[in-house]
Design a protein around this ligand. Structure first.
Ligand code: LMR
Length: 352
């Protein structure tokens, strides 16, 4: 009888140990954890998912941000990065963030604009003349209004990271607005971008970024618009014969974080992340342009890609053809945002 009691005791002890190990009483918490509330030896892991390659402005910015956060928190906060849509792709990342399956993402503005219509202003064709104008807009009242518009209870807007201006690529020459007639073009999922190509007589299809190479290769779509760094790093030039350097639209990223996770961080962790974010934002502003220039130098070496630089007269023709897009979206964007955007471009135009 005594040995039966010992056996039962032994089995219970074994079970208790298995539960403790199995349910992870390990030092590394998979996500957020508040140091101040529960000891200093717990490490916080924040997963940052994105869809582009690491050798792009966004890919490098995420890596730099991770490094700065590690340094500023002595390794107690780890930003774990997932490039190339290895965790979530552009169609799934927003919901995943909202539901806490990932803690940070940086979707392109275009992919966010259907949720927050004020952001559509950034997607309008030829809305900004250069990167400086974008920075001044985002640092001023316009940026404030746009970040206020992210009114989701569980999603927090943190910064805008630059990539740059978009160019057109296709398997035929695109010089005049009429060259778009009946062309099947891949777009990011954005109402403004859909209209932009529809008014030019093209057919716009939205596909995720990671499918883009395949869709171009198979001929499912004939063209697309993107920044030079994306065209180069995703090797889109290998499946396109023509590129027009048109700078017809801006592409940047809204860095978003799960609000619940943010609220559970300690004050010093939040401060470290905020500072790392600010430093990364300043860095990417300078570096993105350099990366796009480097990508152009590389693209010029490709014999299979014919590059056309849009002239001023051609740009004016495109602008005229695209004017209906402004009328179509001005109400959805809202008068206040449109007014602030106009102020920026008019001030800049006068100053130049
Ligand atoms: C796209 O075309 O989907 C992109 O521009 C993706 C990105 O995040 O840069």
């Amino acid at each position: 009888m005594k040995s039966l009691w010992w056996l039962i005791l032994f089995l219970f002890a074994g079970l208790a140990i298995a539960v403790a190990v199995g349910f992870g009483f390990n030092k590394e918490e998979p996500i957020h954890y508040d140091q101040e509330q529960a000891g200093l030896n717990k490490k916080v892991v924040i997963r940052f998912s994105h869809v582009v390659a690491e050798n792009t402005p966004k890919g490098l910015a995420v890596n730099l941000f991770a490094k700065l956060v590690r340094e500023k928190t002595n390794g107690m906060v780890e930003i774990r990065t997932y490039p190339n849509a290895t965790l979530f792709d552009d169609a799934t990342e927003f919901e995943a963030l909202r539901q806490g399956q990932v803690e940070m993402i940086a979707p392109s503005i275009s992919k966010l604009s259907a949720r927050y219509p004020e952001w559509m202003v950034m997607d309008l064709p030829y809305a900004f003349m250069n990167e400086r104008m974008v920075s001044e807009a985002m640092d001023g009242r316009l940026g404030q209004l746009l970040f206020q518009a992210i009114d989701d209870a569980n999603v927090m807007g943190m910064a805008l990271w630059d990539n740059g201006f978009k160019q057109m690529t296709a398997n035929r020459e695109i010089i005049k607005p009429s060259d778009f007639q009946n062309m099947k073009i891949r777009i990011m999922d954005s109402p403004v971008l859909r209209s932009q190509f529809q008014v030019l007589g093209a057919q716009a299809e939205s596909y995720s970024f990671n499918d883009l190479y395949r869709q171009l290769e198979s001929g499912a779509v004939e063209g697309e618009e993107n920044t030079l760094s994306n065209i180069y790093s995703k090797r889109l030039y290998q499946v396109q014969t023509h590129m027009t350097v048109s700078n017809h639209g801006y592409l940047g990223y809204t860095v978003l974080m799960n609000r619940d996770v943010w609220n559970k961080l300690s004050g010093s962790q939040q401060e470290a992340i905020r500072q790392a974010m600010e430093e990364t934002t300043v860095w990417i502003r300078h570096y993105a342009k350099e990366m796009n220039n480097k990508a152009l130098t590389e693209l010029k070496k490709d014999k299979g890609l014919s590059i056309h630089y849009q002239t001023d007269a051609e740009r004016q023709e495109w602008q005229k053809a695209l004017l209906p897009v402004y009328n179509q979206y001005k109400n959805a964007i809202g008068e206040t945002v449109i007014r602030e955007w106009r102020k920026v471009i008019e001030e800049k135009r006068d100053a130049s």
